[in-house]
Design a binder for this molecule. Sequence first.
Ligand code: DI6
Ligand code: FE
Length: 420
Amino acid sequence: MVSVENTMQANTQQWQTLWLNIHLATMTNGGENYGEIRDAALAISEGKIAWFGKQSELPEYDSSKVEVIDGQGKWLTPGLIDCHTHLVYGGNRANEFEMRLQGKSYQEIAEAGGGIVSTVKATRLASKAELLASALPRLTALHQQGVTTVEIKSGYGLDIENEIKMLEVAGELAKQLPVTVKRTFLGAHALPVEYKDDANAYIKLVCDEMIPTIAKQKLADTVDVFCENIGFDLTQTEKVFIAAKQHGFAIKAHAEQLSDLGGSELAAKYKALSSDHVEFLSEAGVKAMSAANMTAVLLPGAFYFLRETQLPPIELLRKHKVAMAIATDANPGSSPICSLLLMLNMACTIFRLTPSEALAGVTSQAAKALGISKQKGQLAIGLDADIAVWNITQPAELCYQFGVNPLSALIKKGKLVISK
Ligand code: DI6
Ligand code: FE
């Protein structure tokens, strides 16, 4: 609903672009009923949303100064946000996919020197140009389906030089495509072979050398840890959180993906932005996340690809009002998937989210998971005009049909960057 003040305060002199004949899924109010406004209009000024509301309440504007676009009844949503990816990496793991189909489990492959460690080998061998060339089509695929912001993690370098290389490539991607890239340092993703029998020494390297260097060079704004029995234990995870906080990073965790170690409760103690995966999260963990105002990032692609059977505790997350974000987890081992629209579909079909919850999961709640709610994730006055325009008749279509790309146009900071 458009308030009276909203209309009166509108400074129409500054409008640059005005979309008419559209419907809006504003995703305000936690995404309830999509924050839907039918028969709407939306104005953009200096890369920000300057006005939106019912077209019948549109204030007067100078049509000689504003570019007016006829939206032809299309739907506008906030530009989609993929808040958890590992899309910079060397090689691929199609061979392990085959091994799994011959009966080996993800954990068995990891324990036998495959898994994350094999991608580390390929990533170390790859040049920056090669990493960029392989990541670009993945980011392009996301972007073509409406993604305007993506989070990219390091974590396949596992030494200073190669972690920096990954983060620099992630930064370079933002120059190649009109997508905001939020970078996360995931040095504590796996144990590199050279520290095979000394996880504590590796954690010391992460805390005492990698985190300070990455802070100094401003290569990331968040630090993540894979807290798991094939990753790092609670004591090691806590050390990384403490070092990260000391250097001004936000934190998040991969936790409760394969077992319940209590990583999410630990993350809550350190006021993390999010805990991600969370299939094995207990009610105590859910409560701790709720008290710390954390977001649960659900990754249906990894659940599907690993043929996981333990569903994340959706009812408990709802009961305790924990925000649920949805992301691709795009990575070569557990989710070789670069479609956020497919994740919307799976969040509904597999996790039983409502389409409204799922769409909030890739917009407003994804922004919350990245700590950027004041800039992105909703159609609201003053927020960045990152907007996806869809050729659909109702928002649920984005979750319902898969395989036909309904994106009609994409606006990044007020500029039309895709138009079909
Ligand atoms: N959990 C995951 O699902 C990915 N990383 C993680 O900590 C998997 C990464 C990989 O298998 O390469
Ligand atoms: Fe992940």
